[in-house]
Design a protein around this ligand. Structure first.
Ligand code: FMN
Length: 171
């Protein structure tokens, strides 16, 4: 148990001061095609037999169960001009049951997971671990392929509960 009252509100407020990239986790396979927008994405390790990353997905998202069953997923790191893709996979486009994938063009990675045709970067992963914490699954992926952009670009940022773009500091 946490000792402080209102610790959840303080946690959410505190996290709003942090910043992250905006990523769409997609999967396909026996459990079907699913995807979800996440800010909770991090490198775990570049070393070992395979580099690894993690994403955290709410247990209620159909994408969580699909990733766990399909055993593959792609982390699509969005460009600064791709907030509409984020909104689609965050269920923000209004009517229930719409096709989230209709917002972009797709190709298939070597794992079979869908990849946005022109993300900033994408990590095609095989599921290598899962851990349930509270309402979320920590999903760990071993990197099978990295899609790198030919001409660079800038990430879409999520901070202060809003989208933003990075500004380089002139030091
Ligand atoms: C910028 C942004 C970041 C989000 N980050 C996460 C996250 O890290 N993990 C998560 O489970 N949901 C996250 N969400 C919420 C999910 O995208 C949203 O609840 C989900 O897509 C709802 O639809 P679903 O239940 O059909 O998956 C985020 C939403 C937005 C807009």
């Amino acid at each position: 148990m946490c000792e402080e009252p209102n610790i959840r509100q303080q946690f959410l407020k505190g996290m709003s001061f942090s910043a992250s990239t905006v990523n769409v986790v997609t999967t396909d396979g026996p459990a079907g095609r699913q995807g979800v927008t996440v800010s909770a994405m991090s490198s775990v390790s570049a070393d070992g037999p395979c580099p690894t990353l993690l994403v955290c997905v709410h247990e209620a998202s159909p994408a969580a169960a699909a990733v766990l069953r399909n055993g593959v997923f792609c982390v699509n790191v969005l460009r600064e001009d791709q907030s509409s893709i984020s909104d689609s996979f965050a269920g923000r486009l209004g009517s229930a049951g719409y096709d989230k994938f209709a917002c972009a063009s797709w190709t298939t990675g070597i794992t079979g997971a869908p990849r946005v045709i022109d993300p900033l970067v994408a990590f095609d992963c095989r599921l290598s671990g899962e851990h349930r914490v509270g309402t979320h699954y920590i999903i760990i992926g071993s990197i099978a392929h990295v899609f790198l952009p030919k001409s660079g670009g800038s990430p879409l940022i999520y901070s202060n509960r809003s989208y933003a773009r990075p500004t380089e500091l002139a030091i």
